[in-house]
Design a protein around this ligand. Structure first.
Ligand SMILES: [Ca+2]
Ligand SMILES: [Ca+2]
Length: 747
């Protein structure tokens, strides 16, 4: 018998109201919200945009609070960018000690604008448009004396500059002692142009970056063109390769006395790196200068020969990557517990089903630290906030079933074999658990296969309370224990006409927590009509979902027109009643849940049947782990009731009304210790407690009206209407309505 149910021949439609919205997870191209229409200077934010820094502006990463000193030819305050801009400190003339920093050449003004020109609708936009600019004039005419540079560096240090931009180059050692003193503090990053001689080595003082005393507090910047090729004029990394990176430096538009001024040189590349450093320091003020340098180097895009090379050094500055976490995330608690998870593990969704609403974890936010010790905000609750939806295929048949093949070669029910192909492993039986989560990783799983063998004692043929043995491999869809049957091969219809459709929700819901497994089961006759059953469900090793190892013992009774089932299950899972293994939340540990399910079906008269199911589950509190500080025992319960009428309009038709309340926590809480803020100056975290109450405010209820009508041998119409209130126990979620119609042919 080959049975293609539902998938190949069914026609159906779905009405769905108020479905959950998909989580916004990706990044979209960003344009500043205040630019409508775009300001003219924003269009000249070339370096910021090319280097991936633009989107960070929207998050307030703009250089605010960071003093950047520009040691150059001075600053022309008359240019449109700086005319009325408050974030320019009184200038320092390091040549004569005055405050006169009038810029005769325009070089210093142009360089400063590339670093810190504000978004003001005029001129250009710098990489760090809200940084505080400290203009220090060290160049008069074309010449800078070592004494002036020394005085300029000392002035910058006194003023508290965190970044010093030096778009200047000399043929010999310059300002050595002042640079040494600055490096010793590890507080100020010195960013120096490589020089424009087209040489294989950087000029001075850039070449100092590689010396031991610099301790990584100096960076050397070369220039590339729009094609990411090193500009012919740019000095190469040479022996400073370990501290060298490049930025756009050909035809760079900056502020000029008559609008804008376009220049080329390593002078123009240098402020891009200085600006990026200011962005890092505005977001993480506690970073040391050497840390900022290391981050910018490590996150640069490799150019030229693979790896750090003597031409491009570390490669092209990438502001977006520099501001993004590097390496892994480390969680810290006040108890001294730290643990590290890969960056990629941050976005896994919770698996279904679960007993608490995703809403419960809302607001569970903590700070975590990347490989450079920078804190990042992590919304742990968000990762669990995936929502489920009512699905048409769950409504009309087995979830994801593509086809089914079954054989009973020995006749009289002696031996049976069944094979099913599914679009994905069925995570839970329909019914008390509700439908599977379409957003879960499982929904993208490849085709799943399921097969089972069953043997039943010949003497008890037709009576499922004799000897039975079943082994299977795959999903749980038809392996439901409980009042349904020992396995899907053997429907409930043999002795009572209580509907096979009820089989899934009359089973123990805990089985649904062992979503993909191997199964062995045996049924032993105790007395006429009584059977003792034992079942073992072992998870398959390749299943990355929360894995449940289930042992079930049940007492089964069948009599004329009724059947009863008492099921005790012990579930050992890596998780918490189906919750996904989230290490930071302590939900990845082995948890044992003991559950009891009582189910029964009664034939009331020749037309009516009644089904009832009730489940209670008891889990000990997870041990303290990760952010989890304390927890209490979890209790959950669920129930379902169904009423069916047969032969209403035509012989063999079925009209049923079922009402299900999926398992829901009735007690339990988890208390987490999170970092709610990090001191900006010291990086010291402040700890707070966050308690998650697992008992949801609302209770999900699924009501389903279904009518099936035979249409000749092996053919059947089915129509179903389902109404789901408070999906996922979420009091704020809209109700869902689904209507489905199918026509099934069995051949
Ligand atoms: Ca501007
Ligand atoms: Ca390279």
């Amino acid at each position: 018998m080959v049975n293609f149910r539902n998938a190949l021949v069914a026609w159906s439609c779905l009405l769905s109201l108020g479905v959950a919205q998909a989580q916004w997870a990706g990044l979209t191209p960003w344009s500043p919200p205040w630019l409508s229409p775009p300001l003219s200077d924003w269009q000249r934010a070339n370096q910021l945009q090319q280097l991936g820094g633009a989107r960070w502006l929207a998050q307030g990463v703009n250089g605010h609070g960071v003093i950047v000193a520009v040691l150059d030819t001075g600053l022309n305050r008359q240019v449109a960018d700086f005319a009325n801009w408050q974030r320019v400190l009184p200038g320092i003339n390091a040549i004569d000690g005055s405050q006169n920093v009038q810029d005769e050449s325009g070089h210093g003004t142009q360089v400063a604008s590339l670093l810190a020109a504000p978004i003001n609708g005029a001129g250009v936009v710098g990489v760090a448009p809200m940084a505080t600019l400290l203009p220090i004039k060290v160049v008069a005419g074309d010449l800078a004396s070592s004494a002036a540079v020394t005085a300029g560096l000392q002035a910058a240090q006194r003023a508290g500059a965190r970044v010093v931009n030096m778009s200047l180059a000399a043929t010999g050692p310059t300002a050595t002692q002042a640079l040494k003193e600055l490096a010793a503090t590890d507080r100020t990053l010195v960013v120096v142009a490589a020089g424009n001689q087209g040489q294989p080595e950087a000029a001075w003082p850039a070449r100092y970056a590689g010396t031991a005393w610099a301790q990584g507090t100096m960076l050397v910047v070369g220039a590339v063109d729009v094609n990411r090729q090193l500009a012919s004029f740019s000095n190469q990394a040479g022996s400073a390769a370990a501290h060298y990176l490049v930025a756009p430096g050909v035809n760079i538009q900056g502020a000029g006395t008559s609008g804008t001024l376009t220049l080329s040189g390593t002078s123009q590349a240098t402020p891009a790196v200085s600006g990026a450093a200011a962005l890092l320091l505005s977001k993480w003020p506690y970073l040391r200068a050497s840390q900022v340098g290391a981050i910018l180097l490590q996150t640069a895009d490799d150019l030229g020969a693979p790896g750090v090379d003597p031409v491009y050094g570390h490669g092209l500055l990438n502001i977006d990557r520099a501001l993004s976490p590097v390496g892994s995330f480390t969680y810290r608690t006040a108890r001294g517990v730290t643990f590290t998870v890969p960056l990629s593990s941050g976005r896994v969704l919770s698996s279904q089903p679960r007993v608490a609403s995703p809403q419960a974890f809302q607001g569970l936010i903590t700070q975590v630290f990347d490989a450079h010790g920078r804190h990042f905000t992590r919304d742990e609750g968000q990762a669990l906030a995936a929502r489920t939806r009512l699905r048409l295929d769950t409504l009309l048949g087995q979830d994801g079933l593509l086809g089914e093949l079954s054989l009973r070669p020995l006749g009289a029910g002696l031996l049976g074999w069944s094979y099913q192909a599914q679009t994905r492993p069925t995570q839970s039986p329909r019914g008390p658990w509700g439908p599977a989560d379409p957003f879960s990783p499982q929904a993208k799983a490849p085709l799943a296969q399921f097969h089972a063998w069953q043997w039943r004692s010949p003497t008890q043929a037709g009576a499922p309370t004799g000897w039975q043995v079943a082994v299977g491999d795959g999903g749980t869809a038809t392996m439901a224990l409980g009042a349904g049957s020992l396995s899907g091969l053997d429907g409930i219809q043999h002795t009572a006409w209580a509907p096979q459709e009820w089989q899934s929700w009359l089973a123990s819901p805990l089985i649904g927590l062992s979503p993909k497994h191997r199964l062995g089961a045996i049924g032993v006759p105790l007395a006429p009509g009584w059977q003792l059953r034992g079942a073992w469900l072992n998870p398959q090793a390749d299943d990355s979902q929360a894995r449940g190892r289930l042992q079930a013992t049940e007492l089964h009774h069948e009599g004329p027109g009724h059947r009863l089932n008492l099921n005790f299950s012990v579930l050992d899972e890596h998780g918490f009643l189906g919750g996904y293994s989230r290490e930071p939340l302590g939900l990845n540990q082995q948890t044992r849940t003991v559950g009891v399910t009582l189910a029964g079906a009664w034939q009331l008269d020749t037309h009516w049947a009644l089904g009832l199911q009730w489940t209670r589950a008891d889990s000990p509190a997870p041990a303290n782990h990760g952010l989890l500080l304390a927890s209490t025992r979890l209790l959950a319960d669920g129930h379902a009731v169904g009423l069916m009428r047969r032969d209403t309009w035509v012989p063999g038709d079925r009209l049923s009304l079922t009402h299900q309340a999926p398992l829901r926590a009735s007690q339990g809480s988890l208390t987490y210790q999170v970092i709610d803020q990090v001191d900006p100056d010291t990086g010291v975290p402040h700890y707070a407690e966050h308690t998650v109450q697992l008992k949801p405010e609302a209770r999900e209820r699924l009501t389903e009206l279904r009518y099936t009508r035979p249409d000749g041998p092996g053919r059947q119409w089915a129509v179903a209407l389902a109404w789901r209130v408070h999906p996922d126990h979420d009091a704020t979620a809209s109700a869902e309505l689904a209507l489905g119609l199918s026509y099934n042919i069995r051949f």
